[in-house]
Design a binder for this molecule. Structure first.
Ligand SMILES: C[S@@+](CC[C@H](N)C(=O)[O-])C[C@H]1O[C@@H](n2cnc3c(N)ncnc32)[C@H](O)[C@@H]1O
Length: 284
């Protein structure tokens, strides 16, 4: 660290003191909010959509669960969660209509629903520190006609504005590397999950294949800030993005950090050769 006082953290190609990171990160996302979604498609050639879909497939949530989507930004994970549980409900209804032997709702979803209560309502809470990102997300939800089961809360992953044991699922997608004290955010995830609840994190990680690593490095250092400048008029924010990815702990180290926060059965899945990884763990 080249900081003279305290610990330091990287921002762009400079090193900034840890206490300034949150402010810098806030400014980055405030600045990119309106172009955030289009930039994601441009930078990843649309692949971020597949990574997010994969997170949902691994989670495989039953209808009626409650999700906290931390650093949820403009809502991508929450939208997918609500869509996934809705289509699972439809599928189960169709199966049920076809066969008397199909289990009842109570059998499928345990204590969450009873047949008398009708379709279980899945709920997603998007929590993000950045009001601009939440604003863009709310507008997207409105445009897509998503009116039920979704709420938007301004809050810090390091100090979540929720009581203990509230959620069945906790997700953080491309969010944790932006948080100043990762351990603190992991402890908060543990606190707000119900016993049996699941933590899932989608984040850039360490590319495992050396050839892919070289290509990926060239692409991200040469192309991403250029795309940021051309599409969003913001070179610096996208330079930060590339650099913050390189600073984030690799798969194994991050797995240990999750275990240290108290989670059990921690595992990870590499996607696209480790460009991103999904880490998962349970609160018992
Ligand atoms: C790259 S975006 C990810 C958004 C969304 N999860 C997605 O996958 O598209 C990172 C988000 O993390 C948020 N963020 C950064 N630090 C945070 C913190 N300490 N607490 C909550 N959110 C934070 C930013 O405001 C931003 O919206």
């Amino acid at each position: 660290s080249d900081s003279t006082e305290g610990r330091s953290t990287h921002f762009g190609f400079q090193t900034v003191p840890e206490e300034e990171k949150a402010e810098k990160v806030y400014k980055v996302f405030e600045s990119v909010a309106k172009k955030y979604d289009v930039m994601n498609d441009a930078m990843s050639l649309g692949i971020h959509r597949l990574w997010k879909d994969t997170l949902l497939h691994i989670m495989n949530p039953q209808p009626g669960l409650r999700l906290l989507d931390t650093a949820g930004g403009t809502g991508d994970i929450s939208f997918r969660f609500l869509e996934y549980t809705r289509s699972m409900y439809d599928r189960q209804q169709r199966l049920r209509a076809k066969s008397q032997q199909t289990p009842s709702w109570k059998d499928i979803a345990g204590h969450y629903v009873s047949d008398e209560e009708g379709p279980p309502q899945s709920r997603a809470v998007v929590c993000d520190i950045n009001k601009e990102m939440l604003k863009v997300g709310k507008q997207r939800a409105e445009d897509a006609g998503i009116t039920t089961g979704l709420s938007w809360v301004a809050g810090d992953a390091e100090e979540l504005p929720f009581d203990d044991d509230q959620f069945d699922m906790y997700t953080i997608a491309f969010g944790i590397r932006n948080v100043t004290h990762i351990e603190q955010a992991l402890q908060e995830a543990f606190r707000v999950l119900k016993p049996g609840g699941r933590f899932m994190c989608l984040e850039f990680s360490k590319v495992t294949n050396p050839l892919l690593a070289r290509l990926y490095d060239a692409y991200s250092f040469q192309m991403i800030p250029v795309l940021g400048e051309v599409i969003a008029g913001d070179w610096k924010s996208y330079q930060y993005l590339v650099e913050s990815i390189r600073k984030f702990p690799d798969q194994e180290i991050f797995k240990e950090m999750i275990e240290d926060a108290g989670f059990f059965r921690v595992q990870y899945f590499n996607l696209t050769g480790g460009i991103v990884a999904i880490h998962s763990g349970f609160k018992l």
